[in-house]
Write a protein of this length. Structure first.
Length: 308
């Protein structure tokens, strides 16, 4: 008699685009977990990489026959397309989404299972994301700008996200049934598309779940590190990220209604004003290098909000 393999409890989806330098470290961090490997699977979705990502992934898979890891491709450009493709192939009850330049803690999977065992009312959960600056954190980086490079530490304790608060894409989990309930990620907010960004796909996804009465939690013990190459943090790069946030908010709010879009404009103008105050405070405290990026962030986001 041929025994069917038991479906894994967890499916980790990693979408990748030209990340040959870090994709193996990401998937290897999931191989070396404290939890038994047969209880989870890893699905790598290559979103049109032009570097050596495919060859490296296939070599790694061949060298690790005891690893439930699969390689897929998604030709439609955009992280939302790739995540949806990974989710469609997933067999687990829990969908975990992690970036291709993230490194999971050794107890990452174990902590996720423990959380959902203890919180049966949770539809989803987000964990802590700590930037791993290479070679070191730049002097101009501040708390108010670090979210652009994935820094996320919502709370010191496990708690339900407040209204309009939500996990970040580098470390988020959702029950498969709830993912299907909201039809996955909105491809009108595709995320990264080469050098173009239309962000906010994770925000819209979790806000829809919250609007449906579902609970989304934060658990600081579920941790990943997010690689940040400081040499790539150019003025142009930071503009693309910040304007992508604004561009995504334009799409999201206009889909709801004109008044929502107007309210977002007012909110962004208020935040721009606050950024000038923060810049002044940094300057008088003797850290002027942190001043300008705070203002640039808000100007760039506002440009994206006005830009189709």
């Amino acid at each position: 008699m041929i025994m069917e393999k038991k479906a894994p409890k967890i499916s980790v989806v990693i979408c990748s685009y030209n990340r040959q330098d870090y994709i193996i470290e990401a998937i290897d961090s999931l191989y070396n977990q404290t939890h038994p490997r047969w209880e989870y699977e890893v699905i790598v979705v290559d979103n049109n990489s032009t570097d050596n990502t495919e060859a490296l992934c296939k070599q790694y898979i061949a060298a690790h026959p005891d690893y439930n890891i699969f390689y897929l491709t998604e030709k439609r450009q955009g992280a939302s397309y790739a995540r949806n493709t990974g989710a469609a192939a997933a067999r687990g009850e829990l969908l975990v989404f992690m970036d291709d330049d993230a490194v999971a803690d050794k107890d990452f999977i174990e902590r996720i299972i423990l959380f959902f065992n203890e919180h049966p009312d949770a539809a989803g959960m987000g964990g802590r994301i700590t930037p791993k600056y290479i070679p070191a954190e730049p002097v101009w980086m501040s708390h108010f700008v670090s979210s652009l490079v994935g820094n996320f530490d919502y709370s010191a304790t496990t708690e339900v996200f407040r209204p309009n608060k939500y996990p970040l894409e580098s470390n988020m989990v959702v029950r498969k049934e709830d993912f299907d309930r909201v039809h996955g990620f909105n491809t009108a907010l595709p995320g990264v598309m080469g050098t173009l960004r239309i962000g906010g796909e994770g925000k819209e996804f979790f806000l829809k779940l919250q609007a449906g009465g579902r609970k989304i939690y934060y658990d600081p013990s579920v941790k990943v590190q997010h690689v940040v190459e400081v040499k790539k943090l150019t003025r142009e790069y930071m503009y693309r990220v910040a304007s992508g946030i604004g561009r995504g908010e334009r799409v999201r709010t206009q889909a709801i209604g004109k008044w929502q879009y107007i309210k977002k404009i007012i909110e962004y103008l208020f935040k721009l004003g606050a950024s000038f105050i923060l810049a002044f405070i940094y300057t008088i405290k003797g850290t002027p290098a942190k001043a300008r990026p705070v203002v640039w962030f808000r100007i760039d986001a506002l440009k994206g909000l006005f830009n189709k």
